[in-house]
Ligand binder design. Structure first.
Ligand code: ADP
Ligand code: MG
Length: 724
């Protein structure tokens, strides 16, 4: 009986499906830009001048918000939102699950006479009190005090989220415990920005920028993702519940790189892209879709860089928008780092720079020796920070899902190194030898009295195999996973940069105070940085085997899995670092560590149970049906006196036996009580569940190549990846 084969039904449904036309075809995306954002311009129009000035000062210079203006801002925001058709408001925050959470309330309060009054006071804008008990906190909240508070992030604009069932005013907030400890990803981001900015400004002062505007960090996140037809998605309980395929043989070798599939973007994907662009534009997210997919069914979008915390909010909103618009077009958007085994995975490159409105990015070489000295000092700060804290950077991208991608020969390895480009590497080489007097390749080298070179602005080449690459005006951190929030890597980058900039500023200030000429002090500083930390610079092929050995010889850590990486969060030096710059206290660090382990064990636990269930109820029955047919055929042929070959029967029976054994092992592993700590559970997931799942998959994938096509119940890689 094959009538209920969900896979075959899905294929029919896909064929019959007519995707909707893109809404966006009807208008210019530029016309809708920012229409749903309570922008700084909107505030200027709507707020009394003094109130506007006060809020603008908070946004632009990080001045504390004056609570006295809150009522006035809230009233203007409410009027704007009501005009836009909003009926509810929501405090939006980013709990430690890495997802987005919202608490919705109505603007309207019922009155005694049966009518309703739109209420939205300043204190409601500034602070909310969602029921926090369902969000992970890693031990930060006692069960009798499950409360958490949201607080308005003035620097990230409020916006309206449109829904078929009504519109909601969304207010970006932080989420903290009653004692002020961070329960979210935004609080530390704001704290770390401030620390980094402060010490960067000290260095700028030394270079003569007395009135420099506030230094902030910028983030331009490039997002990779897959699209699959929703009929297939719904026929794959593993994709639906775990975000990745737990079964499936790879498409025939080489096919994923077949030119045929790169020719044109399928019409419905274009429709999806136009609609997402339009929705993002309405929300003031400057994102242009791009089409440089590597795997079939894979695409990328790169929003313009923005201030770190705004970029992080926009990133979350982007993912939500993509999911919603994809559904509308009959597709599912997959953000998992490795939805398809053996096929290129998805990352989220974090393009990182620091700077301000006056000077732009501080990672851009200048056109005279003085400016170049400044550029080299800021680059030196990065080299020092990444070398000293590479373990923390690795931990900032650690998750059960990203483990499938890092080091899988398509993504940066788990070893954190920096690619500087030939030219910059050459200059630091020369600095290490005592002086930099010539520039490799193109461009002029000007040797001033200060012996520091003039650099051409374009470093030219690229290295896709490096996890951390200088790309002309920024550093690109390529290890973050496609699904994760950019906040965690940004917090880490800001904090390790704060420490580096602090140390550098302190050294330079002391040298100047002692009467050392500034140029000499800079030269000495750069020499010591490259001598002490140059080991992290690597311009070669990060995917090669030899790099693993060389990195080990250089003393660079290779933290392969999340389990190896997370303990970096609670080393003495890590806690000292985060405490010193007031980004996390020790309790908060331990809480992140605990939540990281919990999430890891949870993710693998879900996958393991799904593997057991699908293996038992979907794969095994299909294989047994096939086996029965083969056996019946064997019997029939024997009865006819044909002496049939027993090979085919053995061929299917062996992997069936293997599958049964593997399922038993997995069932037993799931029944084990792993221990009482989050670490014990995570370790059990890593040591027992993952190998048991792999064994089930191996047998099941063999069966996929044997079982008759009309009996196979799960949409295949071929179908999911190539049919859009
Ligand atoms: P590429 O294709 O070479 O990687 P793109 O121009 O597409 O480069 O940029 C990739 C990302 O880098 C974009 O999100 C962009 O906004 C971001 N970016 C560019 N300049 C900076 C900068 N100074 N700081 C942070 N991000 C930046
Ligand atoms: Mg890039």
């Amino acid at each position: 009986m094959t009538g209920n084969n969900v896979r075959l039904q899905a294929i029919k449904d896909v064929e019959a499906y007519v995707p909707p036309a893109a809404v966006a075809e009807t208008d210019e995306p530029g016309e809708v830009y920012g229409e749903n954002v309570f922008s700084i311009g909107e505030m200027r129009r709507r707020l009394p001048k003094s109130v506007y000035k006060s809020v603008a000062a908070t946004i632009e210079r990080g001045a504390p918000l004056d609570p006295a203006v809150a009522d006035s801002v809230a009233a203007a925001m409410k009027d704007w939102a009501l005009e836009k058709g909003a009926t509810h408001y929501a405090h939006v925050f980013y709990p430690l699950t890495g997802l987005t959470a919202e608490k919705h309330d109505s603007f309207f309060e019922p009155l005694a006479d049966g009518s309703a009054l739109a209420e939205f006071a300043g204190k409601t804008l500034i602070q909310g009190e969602p029921d926090a008990s369902s969000f992970p906190n890693g031990g930060l909240r006692n069960t009798f005090e499950a409360r958490g508070y949201t607080g308005w992030d003035v620097t990230s604009p409020a916006y309206i989220l449109q829904n078929p069932n009504g519109h909601t005013l969304c207010i970006p907030t932080v989420f903290v415990s009653m004692t002020g400890e961070a329960l979210d990803h935004k609080t530390p981001l704001l704290r770390s920005q401030q620390a980094m900015g402060h010490h960067a400004e000290r260095i700028l002062k030394l270079f003569g920028h007395e009135s420099a505007a506030h230094v902030v960090s910028f983030c331009g996140p490039e997002q990779e993702y897959f699209l699959v037809d929703r009929h297939f998605f719904l026929a794959r309980p593993d994709l639906l519940n775990a975000g990745r395929t737990l079964f499936g043989t790879k498409p025939p070798k080489g096919q994923e790189f077949d030119d045929h599939y790169f020719g044109a973007i399928p019409a419905r994907v274009l429709g999806f892209m136009m609609d997402t662009e339009r929705e993002l534009f309405k929300l003031g997210i400057p994102a242009k879709t791009r089409h440089n997919e590597v795997a079939p069914g894979q695409f990328e979008i790169a929003p313009m860089f923005e201030r770190g915390n705004v970029a992080a909010d926009h990133q979350q909103l982007l993912m939500t928008t993509f999911k919603a618009v994809a559904k509308k077009h009959g597709m599912e958007c997959l953000f998992h780092e490795k939805p398809f085994d053996g096929v290129n995975g998805s990352g989220k490159h974090v393009n990182f720079s620091i700077g301000n409105s006056e000077l732009g990015s501080l990672f851009v070489p200048g056109d005279n020796p003085h400016d170049n000295a400044q550029f080299l000092v800021f680059c030196g700060a990065v080299i020092r920070a990444v070398h000293k804290y590479s373990g923390l950077l690795r931990a900032s991208v650690a998750s059960a899902t990203n483990d499938h991608r890092l080091g899988a020969n398509e993504a940066p390895p788990a070893i954190i190194s920096i690619f500087l480009g030939d030219q910059l590497a050459d200059i630091f080489d020369q600095i290490a030898k005592g002086s930099a007097t010539s520039s490799k390749g193109k461009g002029t080298m000007m040797i001033g009295a200060d012996t520091l070179p003039v650099l051409p602005t374009d470093p030219g080449d690229r290295n896709r195999t490096s996890p951390f690459a200088f790309t002309g005006n920024r550093f690109e951190f390529r290890a973050p996973g496609s699904m994760q929030t950019v906040s965690v890597p940004m917090v880490t980058l800001n904090t390790i940069m704060a420490e580096s900039l602090d140390a550098i500023a302190t050294e330079l200030e002391a040298a100047v105070a002692e009467g050392t000429p500034f140029e000499t002090a800079v030269q000495t500083l750069l020499t010591s940085i490259i001598t002490d930390h140059g080991a992290v610079v690597f311009n070669g092929d990060g995917y090669s085997e030899t790099w693993q050995e060389e990195a080990a010889a250089r003393g660079l850590p290779n933290l392969r899995t999340t389990l190896d990486a997370l303990p970096e969060l609670i080393t003495d030096s890590a806690i000292e670092l985060f405490e010193k710059y007031q980004v996390f206290n020790s309790r908060e660090m331990h809480s992140r560590y605990e939540v990281g382990l919990e999430q890891y064990a949870l993710t693998i636990g879900v996958e393991a149970r799904l593997t057991l269930e699908l293996g038992t109820t979907v794969v095994l029955p299909a294989a047994v049906r096939h086996q029965t047919e083969v056996a019946q055929n064997f019997t029939a042929l024997t009865a006819a006196g044909l002496e049939p070959d027993a090979g085919p029967l053995k061929e299917v029976s062996a992997p069936i036996a293997e599958l049964r054994t593997a399922l038993d092992t997995l069932r037993a592993a799931l029944a084990v009580h792993a221990g009482d700590s989050a670490y014990d559970e995570a370790k059990h997931a890593h040591d027992s569940l993952l190998p048991a799942m792999a064994a089930v998959r191996s047998a099941a994938d063999t069966l996929e190549t044997i079982v008759a096509d009309d009996l196979w119940p799960l949409p295949t890689y071929q179908e999911m990846l190539y049919i859009l």
